[in-house]
Design a protein around this ligand. Structure first.
Ligand code: C2E
Ligand code: MG
Ligand code: MG
Ligand code: MG
Length: 276
């Protein structure tokens, strides 16, 4: 970050920054067409619980005709700013629910759940609850197999509205996970009032859990907090057996990460699930 006005001026004329802006504008206009052109895909990452595959997290991918695979961290923030996240989010929900219905017909896959990431802007829409209800009934998906992942950014304003919507969705059977826990600004007060089923330990705490005692302490505290609130807990970003064993000693028995599987295209995920 520039500290002085002079440096700010310099940054203003930085050709690299100009390229960033041009790049952003180009990406944004491509993003508008991407839904219609069916350039989005869902990949599925295994979630393990108590030693078995219990479900997956659906992660959106953008297959750009020139740029190739654009990671969500590059286009989700843009989609949020432009409002396109509303249509994209609806597409993700619909695609995940259609997938649940396909699995329901296969006894080897019918127990699997799908966790869908919901952005704050999407969740705040007044008709979010009826939209989810409508997608569930139109696709005929089992709401008990659908889990919505929310982040702490939702808990900053109008918490009463969030609580009400969560209860309405829980009443029809939908579950909730608190994503990236520990990286935002959750108030422990609100946490008690929000009907989450599960907390997700952010992968930034798991990465160095073996060497960094602060990370280990934070992970242990999250597990204890989840237990005392009566919630499940799952660790993200588990990449090694050593991390897994460490987490197991902290009494965290649900995991997601490259150690088990990367997010996979649907065919590969099903192959993984059937072979498990
Ligand atoms: P997230 O929801 O926290 O998803 C987990 C991210 O961690 C994914 O990144 C996943 O690929 C990555 N990951 C999983 N295991 C490991 C591991 O062992 N090591 C490492 N280094 N990374 C691991 P991805 O797919 O790039 O997604 C990034 C973020 O984009 C997601 O974070 C989520 O916030 C957002 N996102 C993805 N799909 C959607 C979507 O459909 N809607 C919304 N609103 N956001 C989405
Ligand atoms: Mg997530
Ligand atoms: Mg996460
Ligand atoms: Mg994340």
């Amino acid at each position: 970050r520039a500290k002085t006005a002079g440096r700010n001026m310099l940054r203003f004329f930085d050709p690299g920054m100009e390229a960033d802006v041009v790049n952003r504008v180009a990406l944004e206009s491509d993003l508008h067409e991407a839904l219609a052109k069916q350039q989005f895909q869902l990949h599925y990452q295994a979630q393990m619980s108590g030693g078995v595959l219990s479900g997956s997290e659906a992660l959106v991918r953008w297959l750009h005709p020139q740029r190739g695979l654009v990671p969500p961290d590059e286009f989700i923030p843009l989609a949020e700013e432009t409002g396109l996240i509303l249509q994209l989010g609806a597409w993700v929900l619909e695609t995940a629910c259609a997938q649940l219905v396909q699995w329901a017909a296969n006894p080897e896959l019918s127990h699997l759940s799908i966790a869908v990431n919901v952005s704050a802007r999407q969740f705040r829409k007044p008709d979010f609850v009826s939209q989810v209800g409508e997608i569930l009934s139109r696709t005929d998906a089992n709401p008990k197999r659908l889990k919505l992942e929310l982040t702490e950014s939702l808990l900053v304003e109008d918490v009463d509205d969030v609580i009400e919507k969560m209860h309405e969705l829980k009443n029809i059977g939908v579950g909730f996970a608190l994503d990236d826990f520990g990286t935002g600004y959750s108030s422990l007060y609100y946490l008690k009032h929000l009907p989450f089923d599960q907390m997700k330990i952010d992968r930034s705490f798991v990465r160095d859990i073996l060497d960094d005692t602060n990370d280990a302490t934070i992970a242990r505290t999250i597990v204890t907090l989840a237990q005392s609130l009566g919630l499940g807990v799952i660790a993200e970003g588990v990449e090694s057996l050593e991390q897994l064993e460490f987490l197991a000693e902290l009494h965290c028995h649900a995991y997601q990460g490259y150690y088990f599987s990367r997010p996979l295209p649907i065919d590969e995920f099903e192959e993984y699930a059937l072979g498990y």
